[in-house]
Ligand binder design. Sequence first.
Ligand SMILES: [Zn+2]
Length: 301
Amino acid sequence: MAVSSYIGRFAPSPTGPLHKGSLLAALASFLDAQANGGQWLLRIDDLDPPREVPGAADRILRQLDEHGLHWDGPVLYQSTRLPAYKEALQQLSRASLLYACYCNRARLRTLGGSYDGKCQIHNLNSSTAIPDKPHAIRIQLPEQSTIDLEDLIQGSLRFDLSKTGDFILWRRDQLPAYQLACSLDDGHQGINHIIRGSDLLDSTPRQIHLLNCLALKPPQYGHIPVLSNAEGQKLSKQNHAPELSSDDTVSNLFDCLGLLGFSVPSELNNSSNQQLLNWAVEHWQPGNVPVLSRVTESDSP
Ligand SMILES: [Zn+2]
């Protein structure tokens, strides 16, 4: 049998246990990896200690296990990767791509999400940075940059990267920013397929750009709809999404398969997790996943 070079991953943050929205993302990436004979890696995004909940990482591992979503190889904890993030920062700094941003929160709020480049004069590779003054580190984007993406689920997408503004790679509180850690680890782990929620769609062009700057090959992406509650909010810990129940893991999987566009035969109602997952791997069709709309829990058959 030919060895597949497919490497996928699931990368939750330990800010709380899995809820149904995170199970949906885990399941979609698991199925795509399994259906392609690939590996499915697990990475814990534990780079934001103030937001982490003690014990949540272990709870997530147990929840994945309970649902039969077994990952390949050791778990990578991002907190062990700080030297690599710093090294990448040096690499980008030597290429004169980084600058220190001294803007305070009040100023950033007035900009409404897209940074205006005011601090570009403080390039880290020059002597214009102000020593010891607290700052974030941003990457300077090209004036014009279009990123085209052939999304495995959403089809052809085009992004104007310059519209998003220079984004942060290192936070003011001295922690690596999500975009840097995520891109670097995807490259480090050889991830070549990422299936994740469409709430991360605006991160994707930034990560592709960053991977290019780091001379790493961007993976293929597929974005699934985000699960929202009855009020139309994304299911998340902030919105008090309930913890996934361990009592009926088959029914959790059943619901998520429905949301991913499967018509699961009713005779699988009494199957085990493993039987259900085996069936789903065999019948997985990324093309059946709903396109860029939000699904709500009531959409599950
Ligand atoms: Zn600034």
